[in-house]
Write a protein that binds this ligand. Structure first.
Ligand SMILES: Cc1cc2nc3c(=O)[nH]c(=O)nc-3n(C[C@H](O)[C@H](O)[C@H](O)COP(=O)(O)O)c2cc1C
Length: 196
């Protein structure tokens, strides 16, 4: 699988870091080739939230470099994840505004009918956001809000982050055990049926 990971300027760099850590460790085993692109604000927020520069063994593209292979449908990339996805990036994608490489790559994914997963991070949502979400869903993207779950009783922030990143990997069809999966609760004991 040829995969683009786009990182835009929303809070949530730990989600991107966890995904990239997983792909750096296990991506080759799963046959995944990764290309990376940060928006300018995405890189700035990464520094702020992670406290370090991103260092990964993947080709990393400038967000104004439209010579990247995945800026063209002919390069046959399979999927793209935007994580985190800012409301601004969502709006650009919803309207085909390809003024940066994240927007262009997402536009290519939609026109080529490839998998596009947007890990949206914004709250609360306005009607503008809701309409943009509808628009990208209609165009074939998947919107996976950066909305952690608690039913697995995550004990650490990393475990909480994994409840989102595990779902991203599921969307990409990549086997993972990042989160404990729900197996149902034990059925409640039934008392004797009372006669009316
Ligand atoms: C520290 C920080 C946190 C931000 N968090 C969010 C956020 O969670 N969601 C969002 O939509 N925008 C957020 N923004 C605003 C976006 O970064 C801003 O709209 C920017 O234009 C997005 O650019 P991009 O889409 O090119 O990455 C944040 C900005 C800063 C500086």
């Amino acid at each position: 699988m040829k995969l683009v990971v786009g990182i835009s300027g929303a809070s949530g760099a730990p989600y991107a870091r966890r995904l990239l850590d997983f792909l750096a460790a296990d991506g080759v085993r799963h046959g995944v080739e990764v290309d990376l692109v940060f928006t300018r604000t995405g890189r700035q927020i990464w520094r702020q939230e992670i406290g370090d520069e991103p260092r990964y063994p993947f080709p990393s593209w400038d967000d104004q470099d439209f010579t990247a292979p995945f800026a063209s449908g002919s390069a046959l990339y399979d999927a793209m994840v935007v994580v985190p996805c800012s409301a601004g990036a969502l709006a650009r994608i919803a309207h085909g505004v390809s003024i940066d490489l994240v927007g262009r790559a997402a536009d290519v994914m939609l026109k080529e009918r490839r998998r596009l997963v947007l890990v949206l991070r914004e709250t609360p949502l306005s009607l503008v956001h809701a309409r943009a979400i509808t628009q990208v869903l209609e165009a074939g993207a998947e919107v996976l809000p950066a909305s952690p779950s608690f039913y697995s009783a995550p004990a650490t922030v990393d475990a909480l982050v994994d409840t989102v990143v595990g779902r991203v990997l599921d969307r990409l069809g990549l086997p993972n055990d990042l989160m404990k999966r729900w197996e149902g609760s034990a059925p409640r004991a039934q008392g004797p049926v009372e006669e009316p």
